[in-house]
Design a protein around this ligand. Sequence first.
Ligand code: ADP
Ligand code: MG
Length: 702
Amino acid sequence: MPAAAKSPPTEKPVPAPAPGTGPSAVQRALRKLGLLRDIDFALYLPMRYEDETRLVRLADTRDGEMAQIEAVVTECEVVYRPRRQLIVTVDDGSDTCQLRFFNFYPSQQKQLAVGARVRVRGEVRGGFVGRQMMHPAVKAVGTALPEALTPVYSTIAGLAQPVLRREVRSGLARAVLDETLPPGAASHGMWDLRRSLNFLHYPAPDVAIATLEDHSHPAWQRLKADELLAQQLSQLQARRVRAAQRAPVLEVDSNGGKLHGDLLGALPFALTGAQQRVGEEITRDLAREVPMHRLLQGDVGSGKTVVAALAAARCIDAGFQCALMAPTEILAAQHFGKLVGWLDPLLAGRGLRVAWLTGSQKKKERDEMTAAVESGEAALVVGTHAVISEKVRFRRLALAVIDEQHRFGVAQRLALRGKAGDDVEPHLLMMSATPIPRTLAMSYYADLDVSTLDELPPGRTPIVTKLVADHRRDEVVDRIRAQLEQGRQVYWVCPLIEESEAVDLRNATETRDELAEALGEQVGVGLLHSRMPTAEKQSVMEDFTANRLQVLVSTTVIEVGVDVPNASLMVIEHAERFGLSQLHQLRGRVGRGAAASACVLLYAPNEGGRVGEAARARLKAMAETSDGFEIARRDLEIRGPGEFLGARQSGAPLLRFADLTNDALLLDWARELAPEMLDRHPDLAARHVDRWLGSKAEYLKA
Ligand code: ADP
Ligand code: MG
């Protein structure tokens, strides 16, 4: 292994074009593919290969096989029946083959003139008119046969395969590929990186292609190992940074935990075992000097809000302030309503209160709230991200709770920094109803502790989920009537048409009118959509909560976290267009009270009379299980880990090569190596992370 160079070479981006010239179309396309630095090109691996290394005799080819031959053109003509096409016959001495081209250029016709000797590559079909190839690739003879398989890269419009191939080849040649693993660290028969990359871009023709395609080849193993190591290193670094930070120590008994105890006593229910356990975990964290960084995951309806309220009470008991943020105003308002109900009566006697902060607030109210936050009178501040806006200064912030954390970006989490004071960080409690499978959580959030509410409050009846084809809508309306007769309420979620909010709105409005007509005058049918002014949204929500409206038709603004226990039926129209976790979240709006609840997934086949494969898998999962963890597992299966975490928005680096389910051994290896490497070879570690994550490494620190 080469010794570490004195001044480590760092990766530089490809130089920007001279001013005034602007990037060329090719450069723009490369950039779109994320190909900026030499190393990016080197790590841009083929999706498949073509074997252009060998020539075969036509007589030896078999039906359905890819073959490359060299032969002489004996016939070449354009025919017009059944449609315009170029038909060429070639003969290689062993046999003949017919080549057919439907779209062709005059230059191709010229290249394939009678008597020309050509190299042809394509799939051989042995029909009964003899051998045929449709649209084969044609090359001039005479160029030497390549020694390696030819890589085929995934590309986009405006970037032709040969151009991309050339760019990758030269990027690979320029890239600095010195060893970054510490001496003796490689295992599993790992190859070194340079050899692995050269091989994967240009594999020897005798390799078993299957080992390349299933990524089990040692060259692949090396890449996956490196990638996982980079991830572990950067997370470990992040964890160490956090460990060096200080947070306010929230002693359990600095005033006897009075508010906490009072709140427990005032709740109309007893905590579940899971809530108690998680509450204790949080209490322990808050009493430490290291900032808490905990993810509270629990299925919809598992009762995360109470846990947050109790944590807030601990914080207030210690004489500090707590902030609670939700991604949308409706959700924040629901939290606020609940927390005010629970806490305000208890806070009033202490001269404290719960404050409300949101972007749409009137200035006067906002100023008043901000002042209460600054004076410390607002012991708990609930709102949207307005809570962490620059203008809001806390007197003694110690705990920040983020609901539906996956919908907040890194920037927002970073904005919390410094809100607690100069040298201290707030404790952080993130909540999510999208359970993350353990392996994923461990590898993406190595510096995050995870608490799980794995128990629903008692007395819930399971939700029955039914798939119903759209042409049976009338039966669904009957179902709604039956629920209304029992005094229950109903949600109707309208289809998701991403391109056009206007169309969404029209659909929703029509549906509302239809339902209002079908259900009769005495039934209140409300409408909720994203274009409505906040105040109006709020008042519709209030009317629904108070049962002044019995049916709520909404576009997808209907919020995760909305809590109306009397609602017992959820209808989701065009359910095939929704993501699995979204369906699960929506379904979680019902089944919150004691009444038996149901969820109807209306689906409409597309023009072909079918529902796509992934959509079918999602609907099937919904019908088969209501366990959030099982749903998450299936979602992961259907979508893959990258999308699952919404990583694109949050900026978390995706694993491009490694796969957490199948590469558990490599993950173990990386997890074991990371701490030692960071301690004993910090420069190698830094270069390794830079090589793999580049600027993305920053995100992991948030
Ligand atoms: P989520 O985890 O989805 O945010 P919520 O916190 O909104 O769930 O709780 C769902 C409902 O269950 C709320 O009405 C809440 O008051 C109620 N709840 C929470 N904990 C309990 C409990 N231990 N016993 C009974 N009801 C509970
Ligand atoms: Mg919630």
